[in-house]
Design a protein around this ligand. Structure first.
Ligand code: KIV
Length: 256
């Protein structure tokens, strides 16, 4: 709760930084730079080439999250509840409790507004911190397109964000939400919004780490590649392969 309060207190003061991690070694590095480490179900497409996050299982989320837990020391750790694991409030509670027990994460994230409000309220009533997710919802859509273009869509997003705040979520991810409505929601709500493709007006930003360092190649509009990490990985691997072939490695120093 302390960590959540600290993050919420950043609203209107400083931006909240969030990134994904799917394993210990990545989590260790990500943890040094962010406020929130998210074990996103994006791991389905990034690591397993799944065509949709709908294929990600609870077991996969738990196993990756256990590894991430080993690397996260200071940040808030949030785990995505995968598709079909929160269809009713009782199922949501059973699975969220299991995720928390197995992974020792600090909070869970659910996709949707009105449709999942009963589940969200029930988790919060049972002392499970919840992060909301509105806009593009990868678990319930096939089409990758922005949200909030029409007045009707913008109004719905605004109403659902208010509903989520009233239900007690501590923050809301806004994915691919048009700038004007993302700005309006962020200014109206007391809780922070974390944007992905939803403009600088959100209270924080999230990206998939593999995308921003160039490990996962993607052409998605909201991704900025900050580094080409493959260049460095390949330089090291090339050197290793060359030294093995030329018998330069291992030397006596590396041998028993
Ligand atoms: O699954 C994920 O990584 C996410 C973020 C991109 C918001 O939900």
């Amino acid at each position: 709760m302390e960590k959540i309060k600290k993050i919420q207190n950043k609203k209107n003061k400083s931006k909240i930084v969030c990134l994904t991690a799917y394993s210990k070694n990545f989590a260790e590095e990500v943890d040094k730079h962010v406020d929130i480490v998210l074990v996103g179900d994006s791991l389905g497409s990034v690591l397993y080439n799944y065509s949709s996050t709908k294929k990600v299982t609870l077991t996969e989320m738990i196993n990756h999250s256990k590894s991430v837990r080993l690397g996260v020391k200071k940040s808030l750790m949030v785990v995505d509840m995968p598709y079909k694991t929160y269809e009713t409030k009782n199922l949501a509670l059973k699975n969220a409790k299991n995720i928390i027990k197995e992974t020792k994460c600090d909070a869970v994230k659910l996709e949707g507004g009105k449709k999942v409000i009963k589940q969200i309220k029930f988790l919060i009533k049972n002392k499970i911190p919840v992060m909301g997710h509105l806009g593009l919802l990868p678990q319930s859509t096939k089409k990758f397109k922005s949200k909030g273009k029409t007045n009707k869509e913008a109004k719905q997003l605004f109403n659902e964000s208010k509903l989520l705040q009233e239900s007690g979520v501590f923050a809301i991810v806004l994915e691919c939400v048009k700038t004007p409505i993302a700005k309006k929601i962020s200014q109206y709500l007391d809780i922070p919004t974390i944007g992905i493709g939803s403009s600088v007006h959100c209270d924080g930003q999230v990206l998939v780490t593999d995308d921003l360092i160039g490990l996962n190649q993607t052409k998605i509009k909201f991704v900025k590649q900050f580094l080409n990490v493959k260049k460095y990985i390949n330089a090291g691997l090339r050197k290793y392969a060359s030294e093995v072939r030329s018998k330069k490695y291992p030397t006596k120093k590396h041998s028993y």
